[in-house]
Design a protein around this ligand. Structure first.
Ligand code: G6P
Length: 478
């Protein structure tokens, strides 16, 4: 049956792991999109199109194994590798998070252009699958920087569809975006403008996108007072004027799910284990993928500066740093992961003593332990260089038992909503971050609980279900 609502993303809601007996174990993932989609219910005729990412996934596609409502695409592994590792994660992610060390990088040469061809093929595979599966006039919501060309390609194949695209990352300022070769920048923006509606996590990222359209395409966005901002431009397909609407949807934390999940027995067990390590000391918590943009190394340097400049905290605080390996196919991520471990050892060797380990680093992904740390947190440290939103900043105040102080980078999307009640830091300023940690640790418990309450209520203003339904409604009302 053709689908009425379609979602497309690189990583889907399920992955397959081969069992010893040769069968495949389907593991369901979490995240905002999974909870968001659950809001429309199983009978809404929704289909999630995603990529096969592992050998287990590819085997599932070969055997015709699938979950209801999910279609996995087995795109040639070399094409996927070039599109995902080469373009999406090493170029587009770097551009939007401004991660290049610019004297040497980026280099846009023949190899880059070869990978861009793979990125095109990979986007085309998605566009074709969506075109085949969508019912007449169906709504399609395409996710993220992996699939920027899909809206334009899909419009050519199926002009009847309502096409949306949502960016979960920041959008690069136009001066930075202009590093991309002109023809690539244009192709990317025009690909996105193939959508009827583009969604962003904050106004800041939306404005940056509009600016890029001005600089690279010469089309200006408008911000009418009482209707949605939009960009009028020429359609590549028909040569006619087309309008793409823009909207902001700041994904919030899922309070109901988190509060229930954080009080199950497995979380209690992990809390007991962590408490043994912490004793009655104060706790600074951070939980991230080991991701360059998360700024874990400067976070550790700031903690070291705190211990150096405020000896009164030595032996009185433990930093729980959970840094879960990510994108380990890329050497720069492996090096960063190693640096996080090295610096942790260095701080522990410098300041640790019998019965006190200053930094407790955990690298195996364990959601129950992350929630246990959230509950124990006196201070949450969220200091990314740049971040589309950052849900950890929103989740810790919702879950923490006694209320936590939040040290928050002004470059995280979440800062737009939480800044007023957080302690704001410039993520590059290590001394400033150390001072903010000191302020957070010293905060009067009543003030801390009060601020945490405000943070939790701002953090849950747009739960995933509403975040998704709002986008769908906006698309259908066009
Ligand atoms: C970010 C992106 C997501 C991506 C996630 C994990 O949040 O916006 O699209 O799924 O990182 O990255 P990965 O490369 O592991 O899928």
């Amino acid at each position: 049956m053709a689908a009425q609502i379609l979602v497309a993303s690189n990583r889907g809601p399920v992955s397959y792991v081969p069992r010893d007996d040769g069968t495949l174990d389907a593991r369901r993932g979490g995240g905002g999109l999974v909870s968001g989609l659950s809001a429309i219910g199983p009978d809404a005729g929704a289909l999630w199109v995603c990529s096969a990412l592992s050998e287990g996934d590819r085997e599932a596609v070969r055997r015709g194994v699938s979950e209801p409502g999910v279609k996995m695409l087995d795109i040639d592994a070399a094409v996927h590798g070039d599109a995902y590792n080469g373009i999406a994660n090493s170029v587009l992610w770097f551009v939007h998070h401004m991660l290049y060390q610019t004297p040497l990088e980026p280099v846009f040469d023949a190899e880059f252009r070869r990978q861009w061809t793979a990125y095109r093929l990979y986007n085309r595979a998605f566009a074709q699958a969506l075109a085949e599966e969508a019912a007449d006039g169906a709504a399609v919501v395409v996710q993220d920087y992996h699939l920027t060309l899909v809206p334009g390609m899909l419009r050519e194949l199926r002009p009847d569809l309502r096409i949306g695209h949502f960016s979960h990352t920041p959008w690069a300022p136009s001066q930075y975006f202009r590093m991309l070769p002109d023809e690539i920048a244009e192709e990317l923006l025009l690909g996105m403008l193939g959508a009827d509606r583009l969604g962003f996590l904050t106004r800041r990222w939306m404005s940056a996108f509009m600016e890029c359209c001005g600089t690279s395409l010469g089309v200006m966005g408008s911000w009418p007072k009482d209707s949605s901002p939009h960009i009028d431009h020429l359609s590549q397909v028909t040569g006619q004027a087309r309008r793409t609407l823009l909207g902001v949807h700041g994904l919030g934390a899922d309070a109901e799910f988190l509060r229930e999940r954080a009080h199950r027995a497995d979380v209690d067990e992990r809390m007991a284990a962590l408490r043994e390590q912490i004793g009655d000391r104060k706790t600074i918590v951070r939980v991230d993928r080991t991701e360059l943009s998360k700024n874990i190394v400067r976070g550790l340097l700031a903690y070291r500066a705190l211990l150096a400049e405020h000896p009164e905290w030595r032996g009185e605080v433990v930093h729980l740093a959970f840094a879960y390996p990510s994108r380990q196919d890329l050497s720069v991520y492996r090096d960063y992961t190693a640096e996080v471990a090295r610096l942790t050892d260095e701080i522990n060797a410098e300041y640790g003593r019998d019965g006190w380990t200053p930094v407790v680093l955990h690298v195996e992904d364990d959601f129950a332990r992350s929630l246990a740390a959230y509950r124990l947190a006196d201070v949450a440290l969220v200091n990314p260089i740049r971040d589309g939103m950052n849900l950890v900043a929103k989740e810790v105040p919702v879950v923490s038992d006694a209320g936590c102080a939040l040290v928050l980078s002004r470059e995280a999307g979440a800062h737009e909503e939480l800044g007023e009640h957080a302690i704001t830091v410039n993520p590059y300023d290590v001394s400033g971050t150390a001072a903010a940690l000191h302020e957070a640790l010293s905060m009067d418990p009543t003030e801390r609980a009060e601020r945490s309450k405000h943070l939790a209520s701002a953090a849950t203003a747009l739960p995933p279900e509403r975040w998704f339904l709002d986008q769908l409604t906006a698309l259908r009302e066009l």
